[in-house]
Ligand binder design. Structure first.
Ligand SMILES: [Cu+2]
Length: 270
C-alpha cells in the first residue's frame, strides 16, 4: 500500500465503483422474486436490491485489488528469490474489518425494521389455521367455521396463518407472496407455546397461486401442493358459505387447536 500513489489508488477505486454500478444495474434488473402478489413483497424486494448492491461493492473492491496485486507484484522472468517478509498493515486491516462490520450491522438493523413493518398486525385480519401432513394441506377458518383443502382468501385482507404439522416438518410457501415459514409438529400443544407458528401476509392481487411445501418432508414432498385462490370479498363469502363445516366438537388443529386432527386425517390424505 505504501508504494501506491494517490493517482493509482483513485484509478483502482474508480474501477471498483464502475464495476459496482454496472454489475448492480444488471443484477437489480433481473426479476429474481417473480410476480408481486402481496403488500409485504415490495419492502422485501427493495431490501434484496440493497443487499445486492452492497454485495456487489464488496465483490468489486476485492476483485480489483486482487487482479491489481497479481499483475503489479508478479515475479519478473528469472526471478527465483523469496518474497519480501511482510508483517501486515494495521491501517488496512482496521479498514477491511470496520467497513464489512458497518455493512452487516446496518443490514441487520434495516432487516429488523422491514420485518417489524411487514409483520405488524393490521386492523382487518382473518385467521386461517394451516395444517400440513405428508403430503397434503388443510385450511380451517375458525371465524367462518369451515374447512377446505384449498386456501381461499379475500384480496387485501391480512391473513394470520396459524401453522401446525401432524407428522414431520413442512414449510408454507406461496412464491408470489414472498412469505415462507415452517410448520412444526407440536405447535398446537401446550409445550409448543414458544414455537413461532404465526405468519402474517396480505395477498393483494386476485388470481390462483400454489401453496408449496418447501421443506423436504418425504417421498411425496414434490407433490405437496394446494391451490391458493385470492378473490374479492364477495367471491370469498360465497365460497365460504359453500364449504364443509368444521364438525361439532372438533377443534381446529392450527396453533389454537387441540385434538381434531384425527378426524380429518383420512380425508386429507385421500
Ligand atoms: Cu414437503
Amino acid at each position: 500500500m505504501k508504494d501506491m500513489s494517490r493517482a493509482t489508488f483513485l484509478k483502482l477505486a474508480g474501477t471498483a465503483l464502475a464495476i459496482t454500478v454496472v454489475v448492480s444495474l444488471v443484477m437489480v434488473n433481473i426479476d429474481w422474486m417473480g410476480m408481486d402478489g402481496s403488500t409485504e413483497k415490495g419492502p422485501i424486494v427493495t431490501m434484496l436490491n440493497v443487499t445486492i448492491v452492497l454485495s456487489t461493492l464488496v465483490f468489486s473492491v476485492v476483485m480489483v485489488m486482487m487482479v491489481y496485486a497479481i499483475w503489479k507484484y508478479r515475479a519478473k522472468p528469472g526471478d527465483e528469490s523469496d518474497g519480501e517478509p511482510i508483517h501486515g498493515n494495521t491501517k488496512l486491516e482496521i479498514i477491511w474489518t470496520a467497513i464489512p462490520t458497518i455493512i452487516v450491522v446496518g443490514l441487520g438493523i434495516y432487516s429488523t425494521i422491514v420485518l417489524n413493518d411487514i409483520e405488524a398486525e393490521a386492523s382487518n385480519q382473518m385467521e386461517v389455521d394451516v395444517t400440513a401432513q405428508q403430503f397434503a394441506w388443510r385450511f380451517d377458518y375458525p371465524e367462518q367455521g369451515v374447512t377446505s383443502n384449498e386456501l381461499h382468501v379475500p384480496s387485501g385482507t391480512q391473513l394470520e396463518l396459524h401453522l401446525n404439522a401432524l407428522d414431520v416438518l413442512h414449510s408454507f410457501w406461496v412464491p408470489e407472496w414472498s412469505i415462507k415459514r415452517d410448520l412444526v409438529p407440536g405447535s398446537d400443544q401446550p409445550a409448543g407455546d414458544n414455537i413461532d407458528d404465526v405468519v402474517r401476509v396480505t395477498p393483494d392481487v386476485e388470481g390462483t397461486y400454489s401453496v408449496i411445501c418447501t421443506e423436504l418432508c418425504g417421498w411425496g414432498h414434490a407433490t405437496m401442493r394446494a391451490a391458493a385462490v385470492v378473490e374479492s370479498q364477495e367471491e370469498f363469502d360465497a365460497w365460504a358459505a359453500d364449504q364443509e363445516k368444521i364438525p361439532e366438537g372438533s377443534v381446529s388443529t392450527g396453533a389454537a387447536g387441540g385434538k381434531g386432527a384425527g378426524v380429518y386425517n383420512d380425508q386429507v390424505a385421500k
